[in-house]
Design a binder for this molecule. Structure first.
Ligand SMILES: *[C@@H]1O[C@H](CO)[C@@H](O)[C@H](O)[C@H]1NC(C)=O
Ligand SMILES: *[C@@H]1O[C@H](CO)[C@@H](O)[C@H](O)[C@H]1NC(C)=O
Length: 512
């Protein structure tokens, strides 16, 4: 801290690892493919009152419109320019969202697609979300502008021009990722154009960036761009605050590129987290929850203060990217709630909750042939609004996992126990485990195939607590189970292995 303070004075220590969430807000939610008008409303009506720190949004810049298949979600990962219009909304709507979310203390994190432009087969014309002309074949993007000189063709040494071998670091970073035109980020001109885009967003008031496909860029090139970024807008952030940076580096081990190569720039997405947690909760490969006692660095993950963690993301929930079959999603809701509950209770990493749309999943030979399907949309291709039902769930095929009581209440749990140590671990050597967070919260899981009835030390003050999984505290009563903690901190927990949610969580803000 002292060294950082001294370096701060000379301006070289920047807090790119700090999520820039407001004090007491410890998680963000990815509102995948949501429209800006819906996010603005969600910040005001739901995220702020329930303690969410921020929203990761889908890429806001102009992208190619793909018609075969019909407007897939992945078209947004094919930039045409850095103009702010997409199917989530135009620049006016974007600015309104950032302002309204910031005004209620919920910050916006932009998914920045800066490694590449559209795919080689995107054609030519003005079929882009702002109507800008482009020509993928001649690598002409006049709305930026980029031309053929601004791409890595000469540098790539693979036969096809695409990445063919993930064990060849130069190929991974200099060749085309699935045919996407690879920007020459060693050029100061290209770096400046990217930084200009990011600075434009910083001026509007965003708090940070997910750096898409960071693994496919040289860490030094990413750093050169980040070094050109401004401090955050002082209308909402303290003077000298730097954008939060988390880089998408898929490192499941076994490849030469490591997440740690990128620590100099910011945090990295820890993909081992969801892959391993899914394996444990599914009880695959002989894994047990008892083995989670040393969860975190003990499992070979990056250091906690360099990690951005999640149970699933928009790629691996549909079999893209990394993690494989073990990844838990809303489709496996019972196990998914346990995994998200564990993540939010455990102190490791900075946590991101996923919020998805439902798609017509259809497996042919083990592969989902509809893994490309875009967000719920009207016949003219426009994205459907997020409808809110009377029971607070969402309609129009928006899943809204972040509104599930168990997940929303665990986001609050994490805020309540923030800064408290991992404590009072208990397990039965199998899949019944419990742990606390100092004197503020306690959680118990029964993922065994038999009932659980145990007395354990919670570390909490005596009293009657509301379980925030089966219900919550409302007025002066619990809508779900009650847990009685005695004067010595002990409490009895009984959890049926057939319970819809076989876990219980209590914290000091839900005490009668
Ligand atoms: C943005 O979209 C809204 C809603 O469709 C529209 O009223 C507004 O004029 C648009 N603004 C710009 C600058 O295109
Ligand atoms: C796990 O818990 C159950 C009940 O709490 C107990 O009967 C069992 O022996 C424990 N240990 C193992 C290894 O199953």
């Amino acid at each position: 801290m002292g060294i950082c303070f001294l370096l701060l004075i000379v301006g070289v220590c920047w807090a790119q690892y700090d999520p820039n969430t407001e004090a007491g807000r410890t998680s963000i939610v990815h509102l995948f493919e949501w429209r800006w008008v819906d996010i603005a409303l969600e910040c005001e009506r739901y995220l702020a009152p329930n303690g969410f720190g921020g929203v990761q949004i889908s890429p806001p810049n102009e992208n190619v419109i793909v018609t075969d298949p019909w407007q897939p979600w992945w078209e947004r990962y094919q930039p045409i320019s850095y103009k702010l219009c997409s199917r989530s909304g135009n620049e006016t709507e974007f600015r309104d969202m950032v302002t309204r979310c910031n005004n209620v203390g919920v910050h916006i994190y932009v998914d920045a697609v800066i490694n590449h432009m559209c795919g080689t087969n995107a054609g030519a014309g003005d079929h882009a979300t702002c109507g800008s002309y482009f020509n993928a074949k001649t690598e002409d993007f006049p709305a930026v502008p980029y031309s053929g000189w601004d791409f890595n063709d000469g540098k790539c040494k693979s036969r096809s021009g695409d990445i063919e071998n993930y064990h060849d670091i130069s190929q991974v970073r200099d060749c085309r990722l699935v045919s996407l035109l690879d920007l020459a980020l060693e050029k100061d001109y290209v770096r400046s154009k990217v930084a200009e885009y990011m600075n434009y967003l910083i001026d509007i008031g965003v708090a940070g960036f997910r750096i898409d496909a960071a693994k496919h860029m040289w860490p030094g090139d990413v750093k050169a761009i980040l070094d050109k970024l401004k401090d955050l807008n002082t209308k909402w952030f303290s003077a000298g605050a730097k954008p939060f940076i988390y880089q998408e580096v898929i490192d499941l081990g076994g490849e030469p590129i490591k997440g740690s190569d990128y620590f100099g720039n910011g945090r990295v997405t820890e993909f081992k987290y969801g892959a391993k947690l899914g394996t444990v909760i599914r009880k695959w490969n002989g894994e047990k929850m008892a083995y989670l006692k040393n969860w975190g660095e003990g499992w070979g993950f990056v250091p906690s203060d360099r990690a951005l963690v999640f149970v699933d993301n928009h790629d691996n929930q549909r079999g893209h990217g990394a993690g494989g079959a073990s990844i838990l999603t809303f489709w496996d809701s019972r196990l998914y709630k346990m995994a998200v509950g564990f993540m939010l209770a455990h102190p490791y990493g900075f946590t991101r909750v996923m919020s998805s749309f439902r798609w017509p999943r259809s497996f042919v030979n083990g592969r989902d042939v509809n893994d490309w399907v875009g967000p719920p949309s009207n016949s003219d291709g426009s994205t459907k609004p997020v409808a809110i039902n009377a029971d607070t769930t969402c309609g129009n095929d928006w899943v809204c996992e972040h509104r599930w009581r168990q997940i929303k209440n665990m986001v609050i749990f994490r805020n309540v126990v923030d800064g408290q140590p991992f404590s009072n671990w208990w397990d039965n050597g199998s899949n019944q485990v419990a742990f606390g967070r100092g004197s503020k919260g306690f959680i118990v899981f029964n993922n065994d195939d038999w009932n659980m009835n145990v007395n354990v030390q919670t570390g909490l003050p005596a009293g009657t607590y509301c379980d925030v999984i089966s219900g919550q505290k409302e007025d002066d009563r619990c809508t779900g189970k009650e847990v009685h903690v005695s004067g010595d901190g002990m409490a009895n927990f009984q959890i049926s292995n057939n319970a819809e949610d076989p876990f219980v969580a209590i914290h000091v803000n839900a005490k009668l």
